[in-house]
Design a protein around this ligand. Sequence first.
Ligand SMILES: Cc1cc2nc3c(=O)[nH]c(=O)nc-3n(C[C@H](O)[C@H](O)[C@H](O)COP(=O)(O)OP(=O)(O)OC[C@H]3O[C@@H](n4cnc5c(N)ncnc54)[C@H](O)[C@@H]3O)c2cc1C
Length: 424
Amino acid sequence: MRTKAEPQGDGTYKIFGQKIFISFGEHDMADNIVHLVLARLPGAPAGTRGISLFLVPKFMVNEDGSLGERNDVTCVSIEHKMGIHASPTCVLSYGDNGGAIGFLVGEEHQGLRAMFTMMNSARIAVGVQGVAISDAAYQKALDYAQERRQGREIGGASHEPAPIIVHPDVRRMLLSMRSQIEAMRALALYNAAAIDLSRALEGDEAEQWRETAELLTPITKGWCTDVGVEITSTAVQVFGGMGFIEESGVAQHFRDMRIAPIYEGTNGIQAMDLVGRKLPVRMGGVMGDHLAKIKATVDELNAVGGELGAVAASLADGVAAVETANAWIFEHGLADPKQAIAGATPYLGLLGTVTGGWFSARLALAAHAELAAGSDDVEYLRAKIVNARFYATHLLPRAAGYLPGVTAGSALLDEATVEGLASV
Ligand SMILES: Cc1cc2nc3c(=O)[nH]c(=O)nc-3n(C[C@H](O)[C@H](O)[C@H](O)COP(=O)(O)OP(=O)(O)OC[C@H]3O[C@@H](n4cnc5c(N)ncnc54)[C@H](O)[C@@H]3O)c2cc1C
């Protein structure tokens, strides 16, 4: 916010200031690096309304496209981090030698709005990081669970140590990983497709998909990365003691994953965005449309019945919990936003869990239809149905557990004084 931009009168600007935490701010993997930099023009309004967005290349580009002189931007330090060591996180200094040349993106003082165009897709990309690292950790855990022998199989005939994958608790861990990864992947894809459809279609349809994308983006970012930390931790657990030893490689996923709930706006900020900005759109109308789609899936599951009937019941309970939360937030949060914001993080957990359950159920319905049509890909399709049943039995009931934290408001948190927090 303190970085300055000075107009040069020829359409360019000179940038002065320092930025910390810039991912890949300096590297030699590409010929040039182009930085998007927020800076303040002389006389700009105070606060975020007075910042503008600039494009600052590492090397200036000549008329013929060849690289010219080096611009006045340098990496003055690299952070030492707990993970993502292959990503240089840089402190960049602009203008130590007369000013870095920058070009305005969009309009003056509209930098924050311009930057959000990039940030929404970056938020989905960080959610996808949650899916990707989780899946890498799952694959390692699955392999290890088949190799490692420890303990006898309960009720088994053999007296030899069994591969740990036969133990119910190890299977529970693997299923909790796999069922959530598939739900997260479906959510991220649906969110990205909603953006594509909002651009490809026109009129009301385009607007509906735009609203859907806006609602889902904080869930994709926040829920997929929070669950990603849980999943990579579970992968370490599957490895037992070897999980804590670097040589097994699984600890790296846990450490790499830990940044994702922090950067691109912490998950606390995503949750506040969800409750404070997205939920109130059309007085809850966008949320109502989202829940209507989930209820339609509940009806489809009930129509199939059998093993999917239980999934329907659990998903319906999840929807009911979200509706209770929404009603509470509108009743108390409109008059006093702090009441709603105090429960924003449990709300994100609630909505993420239920939305994930929706995707899990839809995958099962699609698999059921393929099986009914005679597909011979039985193992793969049955696995989708087992995923959904596991999700409905072990994970969807968490939805109700989030509810008291949403509807408690801020009173209890206010009672925890700084002195109280410091006393032991
Ligand atoms: C490895 C790494 C790479 C990064 N890469 C980039 C990059 O390429 N470009 C870039 O611009 N930035 C980058 N960042 C910065 C990153 O986006 C921020 O660190 C992140 O958004 C959190 O901001 P902060 O560090 O200022 O935390 P703070 O804002 O100080 O937050 C500290 C805690 O307080 C909470 N908090 C803060 N404000 C509120 C509030 N109003 N209400 C409730 N809770 C609140 C937060 O949720 C958090 O739990 C990177 C950071 C790291 C560590």
